[in-house]
Design a protein around this ligand. Sequence first.
Ligand code: SF4
Length: 321
Amino acid sequence: MTDSATPLELLETPEPAAIRDWATEHGILILAHSYQDGFLQEAAHFVGDSLELARVAAAENPKAICFCGVHFMAETAKILCPDAEVFVPDMDAGCSLADGCDAADLARYQEHLTQKLGKRPVTVSYVNCTAAVKAQADIICTSGNARAVVDSIPESDPILFVPDKHLGGWLNETTGRNMTLWDGACEVHELFSIETMLEQKAAHPGCIILAHPECPAAIRNASDFVLGTAGMLKKVKAAKGETFLIATEANMIYRFEKEAPQNSYVPAPGASCACNLCPYMQLNTPEKLWKALHERGPQVTVPQELMAPARQSLERMLAVI
Ligand code: SF4
């Protein structure tokens, strides 16, 4: 069987390891976010959160990247590896946070705040934003390094934090800053209900609740630890025989079970409910990955004029932590 002689639609999608080997032979690096399903995680050369994958992309500097995640993540890889072909399994895999912060609206708001404060605020953007917003921000952060990024900004500087109001609210609580917050949210983390959390806590006596900072305050306040995905992974790896109630995208549990199988994991709000799965991440499938690898597309591009300023914002983040 040769790829050129066989219509692609007739090719059976191989097992994850065979996909990864095929990609290696063809000079393609597969990156997968921890919110992708187990098959895509197994097929990837690297699995991680936004910060880990940004670092891998920058360090490996590959000729081609197939990014199993959502669009803004592939844009980030393109910005950090401008010479690489970057493509995705599904071009429609977006993000409610990124979609909720339009660059033109942000420019108007930055100007409004500058007039109001008599000083231009430092714009800190969570990495879940478009390349155009990254280019307009002063520095980027992820959930894993957000506190360090905010702490790196002088106390005397006002800060505008975009686009996640929940992560921003948590940062205001934990750093003592009074950042102005953009009114955006992740539709997945907003769906957790405090009533369900408390029911599940009662059903699993002694469980430890880990909540992502993208969760609303009521969920964070009912949790034992508020951590980004990398922080959660560190926490469960260090634990021995605990039960964790996990308030983040449910596919994260695949990675926990693989890397810290000594514990039990319960997704919030519950295994019978699929509302804690990201609908955008779910658009990526093994078949689409296999097709994208063969076609080296659809390709993600970033307008040339955005590349340098967006990269500068990302590099400022990478310099902090
Ligand atoms: S889980 Fe939320 S923040 Fe992450 S990609 Fe999906 S919609 Fe965006």
